[in-house]
Design a protein around this ligand. Structure first.
Ligand SMILES: [Zn+2]
Ligand SMILES: [Zn+2]
Length: 396
């Protein structure tokens, strides 16, 4: 049997100070969705300096870097997200954001640096046979018309073939350097519903001459509680939350209308369709029964993120080899958050991986959150080894 060396975490040790520097630079200069011009240029310049064939402006500020080694026609894609959030940072770090009201509070600075670390290592060792496409994606936080959708629409997979695609997200609350894997649905579909109930305003003392939108709205809120409890299979998970209900200004006035805003989450396309159908029917019926009318705006967010079986098992094996089974959680519990990596997984098999950001630390989208730099070399070694194993010289 031939002895084949795949990347170990220790191989990245000499890169650690450079990766810290890159991550802190990105953290200090966050850019919101669709505005990642400087981040994109910084990333592309680094990749070019390491010998990559770099394509800029893919689906907006997206960057794709290609590296070919050997003669195989095999391909693989790895993706990192680059955008920040509209949050005023409260970490007090010496590399805290210098852009008021903007912050890397979801760790995309870390994800980008981890993939850059792998890029640097792969270019140095070229210990694979095939083509790797490193995908640096903008606008993950957009909620709709996101970076993944725009890069795919810009011909991502036709221009940069990927037999499979992989991505990762840090996960506060799980120990640093611990990887999480789940085949099948990992993250929820997240839809938003906006309702405007049109009643008939009037005097509080003469309610029989008005149509009270507060009462209609209240009735809608109560009726919606039956969707998850009575229409969804108890073995499936779903959420219908009324997060906003606005109407009226004075105790002696029946208002003209009421606005309700819902967050709707599900883990399968079938449940997602059921939720939409039931919400529409219940809302219409409630309004009608009071003589009111209602506008329903159902805004589809990211779909359910579904990891493919074989690629998830493959990625799990890579992590187990790298950090040992004691630092791997499989199956990882489903997450009610959503993620636009789901769109890539509708096109190609692959796996979205969770990587522990440490216990007892601020959660994602929190003003005191920070990506854990201990994960830079661990994550970079993981991507390097995953590419080396996927495009293994021995498999060719
Ligand atoms: Zn986020
Ligand atoms: Zn994120």
């Amino acid at each position: 049997m031939s002895e084949h060396h795949y990347c170990e975490v220790a191989d990245l040790a000499e890169a650690r100070s450079e990766l810290d520097e890159i991550r802190h630079h990105l953290h200090k200069h966050p850019e919101l969705s669709y505005e990642e011009a400087d981040t994109s240029r910084f990333v592309a310049d680094k990749l070019e300096s390491w010998g990559y064939d770099v394509t800029r402006r893919v689906g907006g500020h997206g960057v794709v870097a290609a590296l070919k080694a050997g003669t195989s026609t095999r391909t693989v894609g790895v993706r990192a997200d680059m955008d920040a959030l509209p949050i005023q940072e409260l970490t007090g770090l010496d590399y805290a954001s210098i852009h008021a009201g903007k912050m890397h509070a979801c760790g995309h600075d870390g994800h980008t640096t981890v993939l850059l670390g792998a890029a640097r290592q792969l270019a140095k060792t070229r210990n694979f046979d095939g083509t790797v496409h490193l995908i640096f994606q903008p606008a993950e936080e957009a909620g709709s018309d996101s970076g993944a959708q725009r890069m795919i629409a810009d011909g991502l997979f036709e221009r940069f073939p990927c037999e499979a695609i992989f991505g990762l997200h840090n996960h506060p609350g799980v120990p640093i350097g611990t990887f999480g894997f789940r085949a099948g649905p990992l993250m929820a579909a997240c839809d938003t519903v906006k309702l405007r109930v049109h009643g008939k305003g009037g005097h509080a003392a003469r309610p029989h001459l008005a149509v009270d939108p507060v009462l209609v709205g209240s009735s809608i809120v109560m009726a919606l509680q039956s969707v998850v409890s009575r229409n969804v299979d108890p073995n499936e998970a779903a959420v219908v939350t009324v997060g906003a209900f606005r109407s009226g200004h004075a105790p002696n006035v029946i208002p003209e209308d009421a606005v309700l805003e819902l967050s709707v989450r599900s883990f399968s396309p079938e449940v997602r369709a059921t939720l939409e159908a039931r919400i529409r029917a219940l809302v219409q019926a409630q309004a009608q029964s009071y003589g009111a009318t209602v506008d329903i705006e159902f805004i589809r967010g990211y779909p359910v993120l579904i990891n493919s079986e074989a690629e998830t098992e493959f990625a799990r094996q890579v992590a187990e080899e790298l950090v040992g089974p004691e630092h791997v959680i499989a199956p990882f519990p489903p997450i009610a958050g959503s993620e636009d990596f789901a769109y890539y997984l509708q096109q190609r098999p692959g796996c979205f991986v969770r990587l522990g950001n440490g216990e007892g630390r601020p959660m994602l989208h929190n003003a005191r959150y920070d990506f854990n730099d201990e994960n830079l070399t661990i994550g970079a070694a993981f991507w390097t080894r995953l590419v080396e194993r996927f495009l293994s010289k021995e498999r060719a």
